[in-house]
Write a protein that binds this ligand. Sequence first.
Ligand code: UD1
Length: 420
Amino acid sequence: MDRLRIRGGTPLLGSLYVGGAKNAALPLMAACLLSDEPLTLDNVPMLADIASLAALLRQHGATVDRGDGGRLRLHAPTISNTTAPYDLVRKMRASVLVLGPILARCGRAKISLPGGCAIGTRPIDLHLKGLELLGADIDLSEGYVTAVAKSGLRGAHIRFPMVSVGATENLLMAATLAAGETVLVNAAREPEIGDLAHCLVAMGAKIEGIGSDTLRIAGVARLHGAGHRVIPDRIEAGTYAMAAAATGGDVTLIGCRPENLETVADKLIEAGVEIRAVAGGMRVMRRNGPLEGIDVTTLPYPGFPTDLQAQMMALLATAKGASVITETIFENRYMHVPELARMGADIVVHGSTATVRGVERLTGAPVMATDLRASASLIVAGLVAEGETTVNRVYHLDRGYERLVEKLTGCGAVIVREAA
Ligand code: UD1
């Protein structure tokens, strides 16, 4: 298992490219199952999660071919296998996104339950209740969900009791091929959902209300092939923005969309970071001494993203004064706290709230993370800390950060990857 060695204390200076969004690319890839014609996606990042979903799509009968420039050509002329097996689903929760498309196209789908996960129990009840409302019979047995809609799915009015990104995506995809109109109320509004909806429209779907919390889908008999460019990764951009700010650096994030990062930018500005939208991206600077502690609450989009909570905490660990972070999306998403504490951070967790009292400095230490974004927070902390930090279990980072070492080194960071 590889690890990263970071010598902290060097401000990040320069510019780096923000890649395509993993969380947009995954549902877009699943959407290839809705049509017998090819779907070509551009700007797809090279990440372990993308490879995992490609493996799953292949065993459903799709071909998935990589081209230049992040191009992925996906083609599912037929669905040769409607079962998503445990071995592939357990690697990545987002595998559940094949359920809606396969059911809509074949009238039947069987998928392993994704099971527990490092950041909470994460059930899929909202996905299943929605599919039931679209006319599917759902059966749970031996760790698998079997969904059957013998005479096809039919449109329905679905009000989500809570906001779920994955459930919105699954039901949006399923509804494109359901007979009649579907209305999704209290739908998630993450930019990745808008990206999926635009691609589905390019494939012939009829969707209104894109970008809002109410999506109206008029089902069509079939979807056709299309080409689509994946939006930039706002979480990758936010992570590097925090790394730049934490190290007292000046970094231009090329290719990111500032309009998808407004709440994040507002919070960074409140803490004392300078942010400027520049042509084709965003410049992040911290040149005026220490940051100030601030309060941050994670919320569905357009609120502050839970996927940047851990990185924000690493940033606030050396801010002046106290910060209060409240995590409202996932239970048990503070696993980075004991690791940050080992580096000298002063953080106390009570339930879903973490109080961070800023310290003068962090010190390097060997650390280990249990999930993707927690690992990213340890990178931010390692870049700030005095001395050397070793981040173990790099495979978590490979799930979501493309060419991380190269990008950070390009901005002057002292970071190497080595085989453990
Ligand atoms: C997606 C993102 C993930 C991000 C999360 C929240 C992808 C591939 N992953 O995950 O990076 O952290 O959104 O922004 O896009 N819930 C239920 N029942 C359900 C579904 C969800 O109770 O059927 C709960 C979850 O346990 C969680 C909350 O709803 O507490 C939000 O989860 P959800 O938005 O569904 O997250 P994911 O789509 O899994």
